[in-house]
Unconditional design. Structure first.
Length: 352
């Protein structure tokens, strides 16, 4: 038996939709009428590795293309000077927040061409490693080198016919163009003070979730097709009263700022924003249950996420669970249903 552990945090209804939101998410509560909250997502996976692979790729076994790669493949690029699919990995602020390992396999193109894989931008130093010229190598010399390398690669392509050779040529050219486009993208010096009032002061600090949200808006403005932000530390098997408020604070204002910023710029209707994880957490405590220390185990049978923009109907609360948040009692949404819905919003038939 496990002890039932009701939340110690208060919930209230907000907006015209009357959606229930925790006191830990005051900014999110202000935008419930922009959001569709899905409360009945479910999955088969019970551990992080297969679960996150499943929600990213539709398969628990690594090797399939992820959602971003499919979108890049299906819709193509809107900016030839930036990658079509970009990944940002935000830091978390609480030292006791558990961190799951993530790797480039989660933004892999799988069996698609490597050109559709995500490009990870770093939060410190050079945003992308190895694209800048070494000291003493001017741009014109780099251009001559790439022209010579491209000629050799074209000979190789004619001789062997491997399509990955064509991808390699394109990647070298993209890297050359990114020497100019990436510094401009990551230069926040021209952002007005109103930006930081919107996203919060953390948006000034590279690597934070708020900074990543601001970068996401800048990428959307510049035609990056798919942006994915990772924020780890939600594996709260213990210390919920201490860790969860910090985790929520990390993401709350940044998410609100991103949605409001996109809306004010006329970009929300054409941009689908999704917030969620790979599974839920139990209503019962894992291990000890005290006022200051309790935790929750993995729970695949029901969990919540939200979506906004991109043709999604705001002010929607979809799905319901029983009083113990254990079984879904109406409108179940399987992970594959979620993926099919996302692809549908981009005009892609998931069965094809």
């Amino acid at each position: 038996r496990f002890p039932i552990a009701p939340s110690i945090f208060k919930f209230q209804q907000h907006g015209q939709s009357g959606a229930w939101v925790s006191e830990l998410l005051p900014y999110t509560a202000k935008m419930v009428d922009d959001m569709a909250i899905i409360r009945s997502v479910h999955t088969e996976a019970i551990n992080h590795e297969p679960a996150i692979t499943f929600i990213q790729t539709g398969n628990m076994i690594a090797g399939k293309p992820c959602m971003g790669a499919w979108i890049a493949y299906g819709l193509g690029s809107m900016n030839q000077d930036l990658p079509t699919f970009v990944v940002l990995n935000a830091t978390h602020s609480h030292p006791k927040a558990g961190v799951q390992a993530i790797s480039a396999r989660l933004w892999s193109a799988g069996f698609l061409s490597a050109q559709y894989a995500g490009v990870a931008l770093r939060s410190g130093g050079d945003p992308v490693l190895y694209i800048n010229n070494p000291d003493g190598v001017p741009p014109q010399i780099r251009r001559q080198m790439l022209d010579g390398l491209g000629a050799l690669n074209h000979l190789e392509l004619e001789k062997i016919g491997d399509p990955e050779t064509q991808v390699r040529i394109a990647q070298y050219e993209m890297a050359f163009r990114m020497q100019t486009s990436v510094p401009e993208l990551t230069d926040l010096s021209k952002e007005p003070e109103s930006t930081y009032q919107l996203y919060g002061e953390d948006a000034r600090k590279g690597g934070t979730f708020a900074y990543s949200c601001l970068m996401a808006r800048r990428m959307v403005e510049r035609g990056v097709r798919f942006v994915q932000l990772y924020h780890r530390g939600w594996d709260v098997h213990g210390n919920i009263p201490e860790v969860l408020p910090s985790q929520c604070k990390d993401v709350d204002q940044g998410c609100w700022g991103l949605v409001q910023d996109l809306k004010s710029r006329g970009l929300l209707d054409s941009t689908l924003v999704i917030w969620g994880g790979e599974f839920g957490r139990t209503i019962y405590s894992q291990g000890k249950l005290t006022a200051t220390d309790y935790g929750r185990d993995h729970h695949p049978r029901c969990f919540s996420l939200w979506m906004a923009g991109g043709g999604i109907k705001g002010g929607t609360v979809y799905g319901e669970t029983d009083e113990f948040s254990y079984n879904i009692v109406s409108n179940p949404v399987h992970v594959r249903d979620l993926q099919a819905t996302i692809l549908n919003q981009f005009g892609i038939e998931h069965e094809k």
